[in-house]
Write a protein that binds this ligand. Structure first.
Ligand SMILES: [Cu+2]
Length: 373
């Protein structure tokens, strides 16, 4: 189980990455990187305001009292020792049979600097643990409910009878969910208990990666799960009326607004990087883009759309577009030393937290903090 999660045993790696940032930029902190990497994209204020979210015009979230909701101030500065969730995706374990226990719980967690919500999740994580195997592997999942309300799990990577395997179980119960991963891809899993929108919106989702048989070796593999949050009261659960009305407050990669802006991902130049991306929604779209790069390889929903040598005459891709529950990967290299901002190019989501930074190679930070993007 533990070996299937990207966050296990990675603390040291995070620490060393952070140390390199400090050494390289002469102790310039995460707050400076926020300004340098995203100055033009950041609002002076608002963006995370209560009842803000997707402004589709006219629709009400059903309450006049938006003051009760938690609010994220996007100008909040991270502590110097801020550590992002490790985005490294470890390789699939050698075993072909994966015995996995997933525990459904409710817990308190921070989704943006200073914003704590009651989260419904798997293994006390939002997103839940990343699972990985190869095409043809057997997954013997056991769902345990250690929460206070009914939950369930729905693996999009499985071919099973929903009324049997995806049944809601009550607190204290458990349910076996065995399946064979017959089709490769990056799939969503989520709680399917009614109202599903509320359970997913409160955090009950995760990714399972089933490697294609011809997956080429790369220098770095990362995974980014995009999801949006609909802030409820401070330390309360996400607001269901906001979810129904598509008024999200935060858009995050791996469950925390701007975390890779505060704690950039370090890579060497001219190395091949693969970024797996899954959009778990529950409702928003994703338009994954990295400023200053072109993707030369794109895999989406079980299919290679672009790959060097496939006869495409050096075609390039700027965005991996993902509807809710879709996923794929892109590959690219950084050719010049610098800071490369990743975003969802649905740009109203950027001031809501859908941004991150890759720090490629060694360089001196500019002093005026303007990247012109
Ligand atoms: Cu649930």
């Amino acid at each position: 189980m533990a070996k299937d999660t990207p966050s296990s045993g990675k603390e040291q790696e995070v620490v060393s990455r952070r140390a390199v940032v400090g050494a390289t930029v002469g102790g310039v902190g995460a707050a400076t990187l926020v300004g340098v990497a995203a100055a033009a994209a950041w609002p002076e204020s608002s963006g995370g305001g209560g009842g803000g979210g997707n402004s589709t015009g006219g629709s009400s979230n059903g309450t006049d009292d938006t003051s009760k909701f938690a609010v994220w101030d996007p100008n909040t500065q991270p502590p110097e020792d801020f550590k992002a969730v490790d985005p490294v995706l470890p390789p699939a374990p050698a075993e072909t049979v994966h015995d996995i226990t997933l525990t459904a719980t409710e817990h308190k967690g921070e989704v943006a600097l200073g914003v704590v919500q009651e989260l419904w999740g798997f293994d006390n994580k939002v997103p839940g643990p990343v699972l990985r195997g190869k095409q043809g592997d057997q997954f013997n999942v056991t769902l345990k409910n250690e929460g206070a309300i009914g939950h369930s799990v729905d693996f999009h990577a499985s071919l099973v009878a929903p009324n049997v395997r995806m049944a809601t179980i009550q607190p204290g119960e458990e349910l076996p969910y065995p399946f064979k991963a017959k089709h490769h891809g990056i799939y969503m899993y989520h709680c399917g208990t009614a109202p599903v929108l509320h359970h997913i919106g409160a955090g009950m989702y995760g990714a399972i990666v089933i490697d294609p048989p011809d997956l080429a070796p790369v220098d770095y593999e990362f995974i980014f799960v995009q999801s949006e949050f609909y802030l409820g009261e401070p330390e309360g659960v996400g607001d269901y009326d906001k979810m129904l009305n598509e008024k999200w407050d935060l858009v995050t990669f791996n469950g925390f607004a701007n975390q890779y802006v505060y704690d950039p991902i370090e890579v060497d130049l001219n190395k091949r990087v693969r970024a797996w991306v899954l959009n778990t929604g529950p409702t928003n779209i994703s338009s994954f883009h990295i400023v200053g790069t072109i993707f030369d390889t794109v895999y989406k929903e079980g299919n290679h759309l672009l790959r060097p040598g496939d006869g495409n005459n050096n075609g390039g891709c700027q965005v991996l577009d993902l509807m809710p529950a879709q996923g794929g990967y892109v590959e690219f290299t950084f050719e010049e030393a610098g800071l490369y901002t990743m975003v969802s190019h649905r740009f109203s989501d950027v001031p809501r937290g859908a941004a991150g930074v890759f720090k490629a190679g060694e360089f001196d930070l500019p002093t005026d903090g303007d990247m012109g993007h």
